[in-house]
Design a protein around this ligand. Sequence first.
Ligand code: MN
Length: 704
Amino acid sequence: MQTIDALDTTLRSYLNPEQASHVRRAYYFAEQAHFGQVRRSGEDYVTHPLAVAGILADMHMDHQSLIAAMLHDVIEDTGIPKTAIGSQFGPTVAELVDGVSKLTQMEFETLEEKQAENFQKMALAMARDIRVILVKLADRLHNMRTLGVLQTSKARRIARETLDIYAPIAMRLGMNTVRMEFEDLGFNALYPMRARRIDAALRNARGHRKELVDKIRHQIETTLAQEGHEVDVLGREKHLYSIYKKMKSKRKSFSEIMDIYAFRIIVDSVDTCYRVLGCIHSLYKPVPGEFKDYIAIPKANGYQSLHTVLMGMHGVPIEIQIRTREMEAMANNGIAAHWLYKTDSQSTNGSHTRAREWVQGLLEMQQRAGNSLEFIENVKIDLFPDEIYVFTPKGRILELPRGATAVDFAYAVHTDVGNSCVACRINRRLAPLSEPLQSGETVEILTAPGASPNPSWFNYAVSAKARTNIRHFLKNQTREDSVTLGRRLLDRALAAFDRSLDQLPEGQLAEYLQRHHYEQLDDLLEQIARGNRLPAITAQQLLGGHGADPTLAEGKAAPVAIRGTEGFMVSYARCCHPIPGDPIEGYLSSEKGVVVHRERCKNLADMREKSERLVALRWDELVEGEYSVELRIEVENRRGMIAVIATRINSMGVNIEKISTDDKDYQFTYVDLEMLVHNRVHLAHIMKRLRAISSVRKVTRIKN
Ligand code: MN
């Protein structure tokens, strides 16, 4: 069993004394935090984080990773919060620990192949700092080593998850030593009988093979020494799980697989790799079609080596791998090799620096190889994803662009869900639709029949599918609204001449539409509603120039009634905030349609020069909806006054849209509020309630 003193010796071999002592401090912190907790083996719990840190120290990981490893179960298993870790060990360590905890909480359930791949991507996307993954892999490695052969359902679940998720992640990161250990431990736990049988067969075969292995190795070594190459020749054995997979996928018997003799030759330079290959090919006859040059064309995770298969004496096949020491390190440790062999401490801090170096290395390797960059896209995208991965309530994983919100999620589920979405829960908590989603979150969409997309969604929907659907819906809706409003405006203008649209002779209308290049009446009505064509002038032209001056006629017609349900082509001016009960007047603004102002609005006074654009309006008796209004409240300077005011307003069931303050003098402050009300009576009631607050001196509606 490892002790903190033994670990300390390793630490001092590559960290500075200060960093090493921080790690030691983290150990004591963890020991305190987990005090009284024991592992299933009966050992003190702290032996686990200590062992995890030990695994990472062997990889020469930086001190922050080691501290995070010491503390990785603290948030999850003890009452100590992230903030406490932050104040003791700094924000970076706190983020690392938090990241590992989040991964631990992730539940892997249905494991179809596609799902498993998405889980891998999600895990990588959740870890904004690649060190989170490395700590998690070390954690899982120690848990697997201490899993025992206990066939509990929990042990099986952990083993399954290791094979489906963590072994492939280790492979993506090029960490083959870890991957193989995951595979063998997982295989042992899931299929103990099969593992034992293969293991026994392997031991048996090893005895028989020993003589031949030694003989071949000797031949290779002698030949290469004669040519002046100093190399290491290693006998190579497949690991349990790969033998099992080969037997299963290639339907080969154990002896067929074991009939192959495999060696690895480690040399000092790339150049030597090819020279050694030449020597070997002259020693034994190469099998055609089996030579692979992964030095010129590396594998996606950066693996480089020469592979060849030879025919040995008595026709035994011999597999040979030839690579440099550096390639060997990369093949074993992958991304972690960047910590193991680069000891310059400057780059230890930048969260993704080493990962970037690794990806950069792959990129350069690939450029040297001179073919398409596509093959490393896989790894690159995983480490610096443009996507987020979130769960549906049923555990399905959806991939969305970075920055996506619940609206994007809703449309990704189904267009109908998007169109009728009204609210959402993120991790079971009600959240605004505009909140950006994070990888790993579970999102539930609440829909309501008859609900429809809101134009404001455009501000935060990022996926093409959501944006297209919202745009499409709004366009249709706007068209309908416009046609209805245009008809009312035109009818009213015709009424000034004692006529109406229905009464117009058929031919007269058709002739007019044709002359002005409108395909149908609705097109004309839409242009009127949009303010691109003035109703009074249109009416006069329709009537063939008969009748009075349109601006004079304007006065005779009854005002257009506003119900609040006109939709997109009627809007309410932000300058004067009209509410039902206020005298109002409309301005036909091009492209915006009718903008409703209060009659006495200053801005409207400026527009009176273009009187042909003004429309007389009134509120309909059946007006609906909520209207934004601004209040200024003068209050005594006292702590907590804003909260008092906000609470009072909320208690009346009124929504506050905006709140801001402005000090008037040392004694009084202005609180400016924007809120939604039904009408003037409603507003008067609210103002009265606000005046009743003792520190409030004055409440006024802001006028323009
Ligand atoms: Mn753990």
